[in-house]
Design a protein around this ligand. Sequence first.
Ligand code: ASC
Length: 165
Amino acid sequence: MSKAQMTKTLRFAITAFCAAGVLAGSVFVGAAVAADRKPEDALKYRKGVLTGLAWHFGPVVAMAKGEAPFDQAQLTERAAAMAALSKMLGEGFIQGTAMGQIEGTKSKPEIWSDSADFQKKLEALQTATAALASASGSLAQGDLGKHVAAIGGSCKACHDTYRAK
Ligand code: ASC
């Protein structure tokens, strides 16, 4: 074996060893963490994700309305963030975190009793944000309103049904 080949083989072995370690570690950590979730942390988590969604959506709405200059690069970043956040949201709705079960939430118990419908409404948000994310790089300002309406409509549909007044 040449020196170059040996270096290559060694590098491969180290990479494979590390990857195996990371995988084993993440399985272990994932299992340990899942069993540990505290209701109050789940509530903070989902409020954080929702705050993040609103943080990015606000400037996008302003661009759609012509209240802020249309900035394609910014739109693309915010759309990607919203698509990612909307995929992260569902995880925060763990059992035992409805209004009446813990303090500080307006989440109705129907989220858990009508979970298939809740999931459908969550997916509508994910679909709408993914559509904007994939279109954002070449979208014209005049076409942004449709996307904003679809995203805002999916927020509203869920809030109307599952968030207490
Ligand atoms: C937002 C925000 C919401 C939704 C909703 C859309 O920016 O914070 O809760 O949009 O108002 O109807």
